[in-house]
Design a protein around this ligand. Structure first.
Ligand SMILES: Cc1ncc(COP(=O)(O)O)c(C=O)c1O
Length: 492
């Protein structure tokens, strides 16, 4: 039930059905009324007793709110006059006229920001990502996640919390987690690494950001795959790098083309195990060529190994990092695909001589990833749940991928063709027809389909197609979703 103070209506309203404490509701009511100019400097407010009676709460929350407002300078006590709105608040803070900022903006246009932060467009939209529909990229089969196990590990860690675990963690990450990651990567991904080289990060996105800050001065040139993972492109762009798009063919990044375009680049960003978005695997000869180029030109290789656990026709492909004898690879992995993206945990394997540089850079960014879920994750891996989960999901996603390919071949053979290896959680399809992918993706939103248009991932000469995430689309929904896609393409 909402109660309002009649004397100063509608300044203070308390609602007992919401979780916000009463003193906070009273404080918020006064504060916004003062800032919006509804209460004027010098204006008297009711005594705590009167207000408490009026809004039918005890005096404690009112006393509490007044004390806070007095401490912050919104109210002042005057002898003989009780409590009044502070007369020393700046005019523009309390004015109900359009804000000064709005006036300045209207007169002079947008205010300048650092050139670096203007390098990304402000109003770019991705409507196909706003609504939840079939084929949403990056979505995992969360209904298959071992919730019970995870919850009991969370509860156990919660119960065991103490002053030590509640304090700041280490910048590089939880030690047990780093050890388990190093053990896992050595065996499963043939990565050369010791736990000291592993830095736990808030997803591979942060790994890219740290890497760019440590290794790439503004203006340095970076090879990126064409087409490229959009959020990697954005990190390098925001960092001030000049992007050099290097074509990807059925053998992965075309290293010779990169050398012809820009031999002197400072770094190459690659996803060799399962190129995003085209899904191809980089051949051994291209890997060696890339490693040789990096060594001879003093460049870094940034390897994004985001979903390599999922290969359905062969064993997972060993990492590129493991092939490099020169420690020129920054290896990046994530738990977003194998567990779930909101966990925001990933890792970097840093070359030994760069560990301290990465550490000091990371320290100023956020002092390290939140510790609680690192501990839970370390338990999850150490107790064997991680491996078991990957094995189960590999079977499930393999089945979903086959089902999707079969349905596309049956229903849309003449319109589009799947590309890439039997791997991962997305399938890219090329359009054979004159359809424009972005236009179709926009219309698809109304059909509960989340199609990511391939053309948006090219810097030049875009090809038309869609990236179809199948991780979060069930076996029951796949035939129906493909049917909706067919109807949509037929109706164009
Ligand atoms: C190519 C690629 N790299 C990395 C990621 C994961 O990013 P993060 O770890 O920041 O969730 C994704 C997720 O969709 C991806 O597609």
């Amino acid at each position: 039930m909402k109660r309002v103070a009649s004397g100063i209506l509608p300044v203070v309203a308390v609602d007992r059905t919401i979780s916000t404490p009463l003193h906070r509701q009273i404080y918020d009511g006064f504060r916004s009324a003062i800032l919006e100019g509804r209460l004027r400097p010098g204006q008297r407010i009711p005594s705590t007793r009167v207000l408490a009676a009026e809004i039918r709460v005890s005096r404690f929350p009112v006393l509490n709110a007044y004390a806070q407002l007095l401490a912050e300078g919104y109210l002042e006590s005057r002898v003989g006059a009780g409590t009044v709105i502070s007369s020393s608040l700046p005019e523009q803070l309390t004015s109900s006229r359009p804000s000064r900022t709005k006036t300045i903006l209207a007169k002079h246009g947008p205010r300048p920001v650092a050139a670096r932060s203007s390098r990304l467009p402000l109003k770019e939209t991705f409507p196909w990502m706003i609504h939840w529909g079939a084929f949403r990229v990056g979505q995992v089969a969360f209904d298959q996640f071992p919730h019970q196990t995870w919850s009991s590990l969370v509860a156990r860690r919660c119960r065991g919390m103490n002053a030590y675990s509640a304090h700041y963690g280490t910048v590089m990450g939880n030690e047990s987690l780093r050890r388990t990651i190093a053990d896992y990567l050595k065996v499963a991904r043939s990565v050369r690494c010791e736990p000291e080289q592993v830095m736990v990060v808030n997803g591979s996105q942060q790994a890219l950001e740290i890497t760019a800050r440590v290794l790439l001065d503004p203006g340095t040139r970076v090879w990126i795959e064409e087409p490229c993972y959009r959020l990697a492109h954005d990190v390098f762009k925001l960092n001030g790098s000049e992007l050099v798009p290097v074509p990807v063919d059925e053998e992965g990044l075309d290293v010779a083309a990169g050398i012809t375009k820009c031999r002197k680049a400072s770094a190459a960003f690659v996803s060799p195990s399962h190129q995003f978005p085209l899904g191809v695997t980089m051949s051994a000869s291209r890997r060696l060529q890339l490693i040789e180029w990096a060594q001879s030109s003093g460049a870094w290789i940034i390897e994004d190994d985001y979903d390599s656990e999922y290969r359905y026709e062969s064993q997972p492909i060993a990492s590129l990092q493991g092939l490099d004898p020169n420690s020129r690879v920054i290896y990046i992995g994530t738990f977003s695909k194998v567990l779930f993206p909101s966990l925001r945990l990933g890792y970097i394997v840093v070359p030994p001589d760069l560990v301290d540089r990465f550490l000091v850079t990371r320290r100023v960014m956020d002092l390290g990833a939140p510790t609680f879920h690192q501990e839970v994750l370390a338990d999850f891996i150490e107790e064997g749940h991680f491996e078991r989960h990957i094995r189960r999901m590999r079977t499930l996603y393999g089945d979903l991928r086959r089902l999707l390919v079969d349905n596309l071949c049956e229903q849309l053979e003449k319109t589009l063709a799947p590309v890439g290896d039997e791997a991962g959680m997305h399938l890219t399809v090329m359009l054979h027809t004159r359809h424009r992918d972005e236009e179709v993706a926009l219309r698809a939103v109304g059909q509960k389909l989340s199609l990511w248009p391939l053309s948006r991932l090219y810097l030049s000469r875009p090809r038309q197609g869609f990236i179809l995430g199948f991780g979060g689309t069930t076996a029951k929904d796949i035939p129906l979703a493909v049917h909706r896609l067919r109807t949509l393409l037929d109706s164009d």
